[in-house]
Design a protein around this ligand. Structure first.
Ligand code: FPP
Length: 254
């Protein structure tokens, strides 16, 4: 089965998951962190090379301060709790986003684990933190404008490759598959440049309930997609690998 080299996930629905159970929203985030743990483990076992998780958007700073504070604490707990898991499993941790905005009690241990894991090669786990796609594009445009201003390049030299090099994700393959949980079907300012040819998969369960069955289903569906990148079906070389049985394409229960 053809696996995505790079899987990106919008982990949505923590708040609704909690509210449906009359629990505080933060409880949804706490259980959501457990879903992060099992998803990272599954992707590593499967041999997915890059996993990018939308953990905290640039816009999430506008949430009530108690929720922002709780998310920062959960992030810190995650870094401490998963440190051994990340290092023992040859996972390289990275971030995208304006991480200078993170409180130092998160930023410093996060940076320490990023550098501790920098030589790992098994999988790249990228956490999008204080991240916004538009903000990333503006930042890239500013970088390129600065290079022109400094005489380092001509405006005519700015092409897609130069733009890509100015993004947080420079050097990484674009996501092959994007999964969004919670039933919402939108991109929400995530990886706006990088998702140009990404296959999209929307899951009707909230993130805390996302499990291996949902992941496997998304991967089986992905394996049936014909990716044409603007070419014709006849031009694309590999014939799509179909499901073994039709039940392989039945959605797991919500
Ligand atoms: C979206 O659900 C989720 C977030 C804004 C935060 C995601 C955080 C985690 C999964 C846990 C901490 C992360 C790590 C990496 C340990 P929502 O709150 O917008 O849900 P709603 O749409 O139902 O309100």
């Amino acid at each position: 089965m053809s696996l995505p080299r790079h899987l990106a996930i919008i982990m949505d629905g923590n708040g609704r998951w909690a509210e449906e159970r009359s629990l505080p929203r933060v409880e949804g985030h706490r259980i959501g962190a457990l879903a992060v743990h099992r998803t990272v483990r599954s992707c590593r076992e499967l041999g997915i090379g890059y996993l990018t998780l939308y953990a905290f958007s640039a816009q999430n700073w506008a949430r009530p301060s108690e929720e922002v504070g709780a998310l920062m604490q959960l992030l810190l707990d995650y870094i401490h709790r998963e440190r051994r898991e990340i290092l023992d499993n040859d996972i390289r941790l990275k971030t995208i986003g304006d991480t200078d905005n993170l409180p130092s009690f998160v930023r410093l241990p996060l940076r320490a684990l990023i550098s501790e894991s920098a030589n790992n090669r098994g999988m790249v786990l990228t956490l999008a933190l204080s991240y916004g796609g538009r903000e990333e594009l503006v930042r890239a445009a500013r970088t390129l404008a600065f290079q022109v201003d400094q005489g380092e390049r001509l405006p005519d030299d700015i092409d897609a490759e130069a733009f890509e090099a100015a993004l947080y994700t420079s050097g990484q393959p674009d996501p092959d598959l994007l999964i969004r949980t919670s039933g919402e079907e939108r991109i929400s300012n995530f990886l706006l440049w990088q998702l140009a040819y990404t296959e999209l998969h929307f899951v009707p369960v909230c993130w805390p309930d996302f499990d291996r069955e949902h992941l496997d289903f998304a991967l089986r569906r992905f394996a049936t997609r014909e990716r044409r990148f603007g070419k014709t079906s006849a031009q694309v070389s590999e014939p799509p690998t179909g499901p073994r049985t039709t039940s392989d394409l039945e959605e797991p229960p919500c």
